[in-house]
Design a protein around this ligand. Sequence first.
Ligand code: KG4
Ligand code: ZN
Length: 340
Amino acid sequence: MLVLGIESSCDETGMALYSSDAGGVLLAHALHSQVSMHADYGGVVPELASRDHIRRVVPLLRKVLADSGRSLAELDAVAYTQGPGLAGALLVGAAFAEALATALGVPTVPVHHLEGHLLSPLLSRRPPSFPFVALLVSGGHSQLMRVSGVGEYELMGETLDDAAGEAFDKTAKLLGLGYPGGPALAALADRGRPGLVKLPRPMLQSGNLDFSFSGLKTAVLTKVRERLTLSDQQRADIARGFQDAIVEVLVSKALRAVKVSGLKQLVVAGGVGANRELRRQLDAQVARTGIAVFYPEFEFCTDNGAMIALAGALRLQAGGACSKPAGAFAVRPRWPLTTS
Ligand code: KG4
Ligand code: ZN
């Protein structure tokens, strides 16, 4: 079965072709990032995002068809991100997918963006198997989930305020770094000295699996305001202090979730899953515990079409295609993963 996947929930237009034949193979994927367009504004401008998705979908579709040597006539289904995300941006992908599928006479598969992230490690060379615990850390969400199979997700804990990626982005802004702040802050933290800037570990001892990151950002703000000017080294030390704090909390809660679940596999997904210090700490802590940690390839940590094509194909295999009158569709800008 050949599935086209389309991602347009925020500031990346992603397109991919996935074949579920022969155990499943990603045939082609292409991405256009809007980062440089939004950078001038310090964050995503929703209207600009929607307009840019419109410009990108057709060229990206042509590219994945050319790269894979496949034709539109061979498509068996079109999967697209139905939510959560920016309404206008979602509508571009949804309208394009629905129109294309109607023209081709194939079904659509509306996909939950977070389900795409959750399943993205299945695209890697060393995939996990069900069931597993997932630490989902993106720009909009921070959750711990028990994943028993496709569509079987149980929320174990989540952030009460800012998402981990959001905390990275806001802290980066406080330190004068551009958008998106996560990768820039991580690079700055690499030059920082450990232990010099002490920041709180929010909810580390809360006894549950929830997170809270907005206080950490405020603690950074206090550190920044303590001085009139900050040298490059001082900024790096603060970045290091912030990254060490957030990583310690994420690692500790993720391992606690694995323990509570009684499972032996942990999957880390979402943009913050690209953070090398998070990976280093997790790998170090699970050594000799019998717990295996799985990450998506770096290119599939942040938003992409491949994870949507994969999730669509798996949903389709589980009988999840969309049946509705042709031309009728809706996006779901707010959509908890644990609701259907
Ligand atoms: O999953 P994603 O692409 O989009 C959402 O679904 O939200 O995640 C984007 C988030 C941003 O907040 C970005 O700053 C963060 O992931 N991020 C990182 C790194 N790379 C991306 N955060 C920390 N370290 C990184 N290396
Ligand atoms: Zn995402």
